[in-house]
Write a protein that binds this ligand. Structure first.
Ligand code: PAN
Ligand code: ZN
Length: 192
């Protein structure tokens, strides 16, 4: 730490905009999420009226040495594609043992977790004053089930990386849809 600048020790994040001072923001629009949603015709129908921002993610990555930590600020808009809520692409960590802590900041949502070894799926609420632990070797997707933006922080090992391809090719085994006004997890294979 000797000689370390204050900038690399202290950062300021903004849940209301999704920004972290001095860090780049990635914007994911609906058109970037082809193949994520279960109902392709609902996806096309929403897209035909515009290409809304589904989420932004801003990552603070001060150093990448063994033992270092990074964090990301995510902000998912409220919305639906058919009965499925706006959500992230979802990924495994490229370095499979890497776990992650998610901290809810604003809004109401869920984490969809899928065990990479057994395929077991769980949904865990993500909301202010709650922390969700994502164990290693677990695919994770964040879902906004509320009517306002869902903002959260994710803290992960610097070497975690993202493996999108492993989950993109077959998608998550489970889907979270609105049923009778409530978020409900169903097996993808059981969808009509
Ligand atoms: C998060 C995610 C963020 C966006 O910072 O990257 O929620 O989700 P996707 O990366 O799946 O688009 C994280 O889990 N980092 O490891
Ligand atoms: Zn992650």
């Amino acid at each position: 730490m000797p000689g370390t600048s204050l900038d690399s020790l202290l950062s300021r994040f903004h849940p209301d905009t999704g920004a972290i001072d001095g860090a780049p923001t990635v914007t994911r629009r609906l058109s970037d999420l082809g193949g994520c949603f279960a109902d392709p015709s609902a996806w096309t129908a929403v897209l035909s009226k515009g290409d809304p921002i589904v989420y932004t993610v801003t990552a603070m990555e001060p150093a990448g040495d063994e033992g270092d930590l990074h964090y990301g600020l995510g902000r998912i808009m409220p919305g639906c594609v058919g009965a499925e809520y706006f959500m992230t692409k979802g990924h495994f960590h490229a370095w499979r043992p890497a776990g992650e802590f998610y901290f809810g900041l604003e809004g109401e949502g869920l984490m969809l977790l899928e065990d990479g070894a057994t395929g077991e799926s769980r949904i865990v609420p993500l909301r202010p004053h709650h922390a969700v632990y994502v164990p290693g070797n677990t695919a994770h997707r964040t879902i906004n089930t509320g009517s306002v933006p869902l903002a959260y922080l994710g803290v992960y090992p610097a070497r975690a990386g993202h493996d999108y391809a492993a989950i993109a090719t077959r998608n998550f085994r489970c889907v979270v849809i609105e049923q009778n006004g409530a978020p409900t997890m169903v097996q993808r294979k059981d969808l009509p």
